[in-house]
Design a protein around this ligand. Structure first.
Ligand code: NDP
Ligand code: MG
Length: 392
């Protein structure tokens, strides 16, 4: 069997490390081309040495000397910066994991698709910012995108052998995050530490906080719309505290097909890695008799304004997804820095959306990487201004 050439962007993160775990268990099958990271240069160098990667890239040029030093004496090339990331994404690979966090994952993902590589997409932000551009780029180059977000992998699996035209609705589940059972009055004073712990999933800090605010689910609703091309009104969110049912697909005959599994991202990563085959995965097997009960409830729209904003973004279309994502990312930066409260993230995002949506020349510009990048910058600046105004 021939070796598969694989690259992992965001290798030092939570998804990246889970991907490496699967590859390491079966190392003889893989030729690792590129591994990328950010600040965690030591981890990046360790993994690149162990997996004998061709090249290791840190996103930050200032960290290059450190990466070089950590790779000294090995055959791994060291590189740094945005251009180096793009160069690495251009290297021929059969399978590329897109697991950088945030809009920074868009350009390398596009570049990978332009090479015709299969892109395993954890980076949902790129679909929110530029869904059509991503899907069209894949199509134009005969490349494939496989979803890695657990809900979207679940939908994808429920659709095997089915026709999308026969789908009535797609239901994605949400744990409800850290503050599911908190009284509303307490939310504004929630601390960074409180928002950074997830009841069921072990993930990077940013997506964990986005789970508490449901911004993560808002992104996922848009991701569902962009990836599966279903109408906004066909997408439902269901709070499911156990996080065992990841999604359900409802067909025109009323049948619901669902995907259940332990909350372990190696499920979805492994499915994308081995697709269209299924191989053994080192994930816990569910014992439903022990689980006993599965609970479901409708999300509380007052508690989670992000879900309403997602509806507005899908209705507005154009580049509003890029505005929404960038404003949210920046508001999250400010929350992490302690400058704004938990609920202010939604208020600021809504303000930025309103101000940029009032500028049709920007929001209705063609969906090119250049225009998406420009509006992303403007949305971040607008978010900074809104925070300044608020904090004085
Ligand atoms: P982490 O924060 O754990 O990891 C992010 C990765 O991206 C790290 O390798 C980090 O490097 C790197 N990185 C951070 N900023 C930049 C930048 N500006 N440019 C280039 N690289 C950067 O995130 P997760 O692994 O949790 O999430 C990754 C993606 O997967 C996100 O889009 C998230 O929404 C999605 N996802 C994650 C899930 C999960 O279970 N974690 C589930 C579903 C989707 P370093 O750490 O070295 O600085
Ligand atoms: Mg998810």
């Amino acid at each position: 069997m021939s070796m598969r050439r694989v690259s992992i962007f965001g290798a030092t993160g939570s998804i990246g490390q889970n991907t490496i775990d699967l590859i390491r268990r079966d190392a003889a099958r893989y030729d690792v081309v590129a591994l990328s990271g950010g600040h965690n240069v030591a981890q990046l160098a360790r993994d690149a040495r162990e997996l004998r990667a061709e090249v290791a890239i840190t996103a930050y040029e200032a960290r290059l000397p450190e990466l070089r030093a950590a790779l000294a004496g090995s055959d791994v090339e060291a590189a740094a910066g945005t251009q180096a990331l793009l160069e690495a994404a251009s290297r021929p690979a059969d399978w590329i994991m897109s697991a950088i966090v945030g809009a920074a994952g868009l350009a390398p993902g596009l570049r990978a698709l332009e090479q015709g590589s299969t892109l395993a997409l954890a980076n949902k932000e790129s679909l929110v910012c530029a869904g059509r551009l991503l899907m069209q780029t894949a199509k134009a180059h005969g490349a494939r995108i496989l979803p890695v977000d657990s809900e979207h992998s679940a939908v994808f699996q429920a659709l095997v052998g089915e026709r999308i035209s026969e789908v009535e609705r797609i239901i994605i589940t949400a744990s409800g995050g850290a503050f599911r059972d908190w009284p509303m009055e307490r939310l504004q004073t929630a601390t960074l530490a409180e928002a950074s712990s997830h009841p069921n999933w072990d993930m990077g800090q940013r997506i964990t906080i986005d789970s508490a605010s449901m911004f993560n689910k808002a992104l996922e609703v848009i991701e569902t719309h962009e990836f599966f091309r279903v109408a906004p009104e066909q997408i439902e969110v269901l709070v499911h505290p156990q996080s065992l049912v990841h999604a359900l697909v409802g067909f025109r005959d009323g049948a619901l097909m669902s995907h259940l599994g332990a909350p372990d991202m190696r499920h979805a990563i492994g499915y994308a890695l081995h697709w269209p085959d299924r191989r053994h995965l080192p994930v816990a097997r569910l014992d439903l008799a022990t689980v006993g009960q599965l609970e479901f409830r409708a999300p509380d729209s007052a508690r989670y304004p992000a879900l309403r904003l997602a509806q507005e973004v899908m209705a507005r279309g154009g580049l509003s997804g890029a505005v929404f994502n960038a404003a949210k990312e920046r508001a999250l930066d400010h929350f992490i820095a302690g400058r704004i409260g938990f609920l202010d993230m939604a208020t600021i995002t809504e303000q930025v959306l309103a101000s940029l949506e009032a500028q049709p020349d920007l929001i209705d510009a063609a969906m090119t990487l250049e225009n998406v990048t420009r509006i992303d910058d403007l949305a971040r600046q607008a978010a900074d201004q809104a925070v300044l105004k608020k904090t004085g």
